[in-house]
Design a protein around this ligand. Structure first.
Ligand code: 5GP
Length: 298
């Protein structure tokens, strides 16, 4: 390996170790719940949470010492050398069930999260959001304001609040938007602030399905927001999905592909990346990331 690469790799390894230590500290201090750390590790194999060893993870939990560790690993059927991201399907289910039980015994509840679901056009954000709403209707899905016209089948107040340019200007100047952006270089879209705040005050998890420029603004305004980037299984699959969407002209499609290229490049700014290879699976991962305990609604 050339010297510069070696130094870069060493720096990256140090940064990752520090990040892992920070996650473990936040667990020990109770700033993050164990199920939340596991949710991130299971959703995104690149996340620092995924690289934490199961033994280190469990030892960071208050009241789990060295003596409890071995029998617990045996019960979960997990080898001590495993990292969270390397657990198999059944091991993940077993660990999550253990963590839920551990948390409920200790009176620890997950905080409902504000999750921003972003990703390139055609990746299936709408489908994943709809699937989440179907199973968990108490999730507040933000309805955006937009200056674009309704498409067939869309209605005002349901899909969007359809407003004209002057009305959109008024929303901006009266500070009623949490974020707004011009998307695909054409129309403006924005998230009404008040309904989001009200839902969070009521303890409801909130889902925003917005573009990347908007996601960045939300993170600045509310650093506790969790930015989730939905990825296509592959670039070819994304192109196929975009081209088979019949609603747009070839010019629109070309513009969307250009935007998609730029958007994919921004994925590393996000907290968690979720691959949408299967809608049910992607929706379940996002539900866990929203702090929803699925079992208590089963
Ligand atoms: P469409 O016109 O196809 O409904 O949406 C186009 C794009 O606008 C999508 O990528 C969607 O994520 C984004 N979008 C929708 N609502 C908002 C919003 O409130 N804010 C921002 N920044 N983007 C939005």
């Amino acid at each position: 390996m050339p010297e510069v690469d070696r130094r870069a790799a060493a720096r990256a390894a140090v940064a990752k170790r520090r990040a892992r230590a920070e996650v473990k500290r936040s667990l020990a201090r109770g700033e993050r719940t164990p199920s939340d750390v596991a949710a991130v590790a299971f959703a995104d194999s690149q996340a620092v949470e995924a690289s934490i060893r199961i033994t280190e993870f469990l030892k960071s939990l208050p009241a789990i010492g060295a003596t409890k560790l071995e029998p617990l690993l045996q019960r979960l059927g997990v080898s001590p050398v495993k990292r969270l991201g390397g657990l198999g399907k059944h091991q993940r289910t077993a660990l999550m069930a253990f963590l839920r039980d551990y948390q409920s015994r200790r009176g620890i509840t997950d905080r409902p999260q504000l999750v921003v679901l972003a990703g390139p056009a055609g990746v299936g954000k709408g489908t994943v959001a709809a699937r989440i709403l179907e199973s968990f209707p108490f999730v507040h899905l933000s309805v955006s304001a937009t200056t674009r016209s309704p498409r067939p089948g869309e209605s005002d107040g349901v899909n969007y609040y359809f407003v004209d340019e002057d009305e959109f200007d008024a929303l901006i100047t009266s500070d009623q938007l949490l974020e707004w952006a011009t998307v695909h270089k054409t129309h403006r879209y924005g998230t009404p602030r008040r309904p989001v705040e009200t839902a969070l005050e009521d303890g409801r998890p909130v889902l925003l399905e917005i573009d990347i420029q908007g996601a960045r603004q939300v993170k600045l305004a509310m650093p506790e927001a969790r930015l989730v980037f939905l990825l296509p299984p592959s670039w070819d699959e994304l192109v196929r999905r975009l081209v088979t969407r019949a609603t747009e002209s070839p010019e629109d499609q070309a513009r969307r592909l250009e935007t998609a290229t730029q958007e994919l490049a921004a994925q590393h700014e996000f907290d968690v990346r979720v691959v949408n290879d299967d809608v049910t699976r992607a929706a379940e991962l996002v539900v866990d990331l929203m702090g929803i305990n699925k079992e208590s609604y089963a």
